[in-house]
Design a binder for this molecule. Structure first.
Ligand SMILES: *Cc1c(COP(=O)(O)O)cnc(C)c1O
Length: 379
């Protein structure tokens, strides 16, 4: 059978399966004790005070933006080299994303290009491919301008920035994770926000459940049935089935990231000095290697669309991350203009994500390298 290696995929073992089956045989299948346990374990693992889980990374972003009261006429600054969810969640609240150009060597937002016009409330750095943004610069800038920092760390579960684990919120107000199957650990669909701020925590707990407060209303002339809906929220709850899977997956995160780093080192070594493409620069950071992007040195000479087809024909499930968000028709209709982030557009033209995930064998990794060289040599 022909090999097919996707750019990323989940790793599920018998322990994961058993933990899900156990919940299915228990009294609670929707939000229950496993959700609490998963949140405590996330906070504990990443060194934040609180964690709130959601039914997707997208709803987690929505919750984080809601927690800072992001609203109409307000803005946030983020990177165009991201999944649309990062900026879509701002649109849900009637706010306006501003796209700031990136560094060509990393695909991350370029802190020296961040502008802070009136009504900007937050900066949302995206740790592209798992390689952390220069958070200290972003944090200092935010501090000077009285802005919040919310990390979109969907790619960076298990990454480190200097001595800090991403998720500890040392240089941010909140950190958002995704547990989609291509990410580092999965709950099927799911996400989380980590924070050290008790008010944000409290608001997000209610936000994911219709804005309802179920705390004991002591000394009130109501019965025990009483609850209050205090603002308009959503049903963004994670199930115990998913939380059980997340708990089991979290036990393996260190091993997963170790394997991803090992694969990345093999790639970096075998691709070093080649004439066709560059790889991403990781400097003070320890990437969690959600993606392994290669960046064509000359995308016009060696036509990317041809290379892409040839790689797919050879069984490499390559993908491109990302089309700059503001080039999407919906965003163009909102008035965003092509050409506004030239480095991001060039990055898009050069980028191809090649397979990287913990279940890849060394043979798979070597197959990827040989196939890529075979195709590029023949150009
Ligand atoms: C995956 C991802 C998200 C969230 O996606 P969900 O599929 O809703 O979990 C957000 N931002 C980035 C950069 C992502 O890659």
């Amino acid at each position: 059978m022909k090999k097919f290696l996707p750019y990323g995929r989940q790793y599920i073992d018998e322990d994961d399966v058993q933990s899900v089956v156990d919940v299915l045989n228990s009294d609670y299948i929707t939000q229950g004790p496993k959700v609490d346990e998963f949140e405590k374990k996330l906070a504990d693992h990443f060194g934040s005070k609180y964690a709130v889980v959601f039914n997707s990374g997208t709803s987690a972003l929505h919750g984080a933006y809601f927690a800072i009261n992001l609203g109409h006429e307000e803005k946030l600054v983020t990177s165009p080299i991201t999944f649309a969810a990062t900026s879509n969640a701002a649109l849900y609240l009637g706010a306006k994303p501003i796209f700031c150009d990136i560094e060509s060597a990393t695909g991350n937002i370029n802190p020296s290009l961040i502008q802070v016009p009136k009504n900007v409330k937050a900066i949302v750095p995206v740790h592209y491919a798992g390689n952390p943004v220069d958070l200290k610069s972003v944090y200092d800038l935010a501090h000077e301008n009285d802005l919040y920092v919310i990390e979109d760390a969907a790619h960076a579960v298990g990454a480190n920035y200097n001595d800090h684990i991403i998720g500890s919120c040392k240089y941010s107000d909140m950190t958002v994770f995704s547990f989609h199957p291509v990410k580092h650990i999965t709950t099927g669909e799911g996400g989380a926000v980590l924070t050290n701020n008790p008010d944000f925590y409290d608001k997000m707990l209610k936000f994911r459940s219709h804005g309802i407060n179920k705390d004991k209303f002591q000394f009130q002339p109501h019965g025990d049935w009483y609850y209050e809906m205090q603002f308009l929220g959503h049903n963004y709850r994670m199930t115990d089935i998913q939380a059980a899977l997340g708990l089991s997956q979290l036990n393996k995160l260190k091993e997963f990231v170790k394997r991803r780093r090992k694969i990345a080192r093999i790639y970096e070594e075998l691709f070093e000095g080649n004439h066709y493409f560059d790889t991403i620069d990781c400097i003070n950071q320890e990437s969690s290697y959600h993606l392994f992007p290669i960046l064509l040195k000359d995308p016009y000479k060696c036509k990317k669309s041809n290379i892409f087809i040839k790689l797919r024909e050879k069984g490499l499930g390559v993908q491109v991350h990302y089309i700059p968000v503001y080039l999407q028709p919906y965003y163009e209709d909102l008035g965003y203009k092509a050409g506004s982030c030239p480095v991001a557009e060039d990055f898009y033209h050069r980028e191809i994500s090649i397979p990287i995930y913990p279940a890849m064998s060394d043979d798979d990794v070597n197959y990827v390298v040989e196939t890529i060289y075979e195709i590029f040599h023949k150009l």
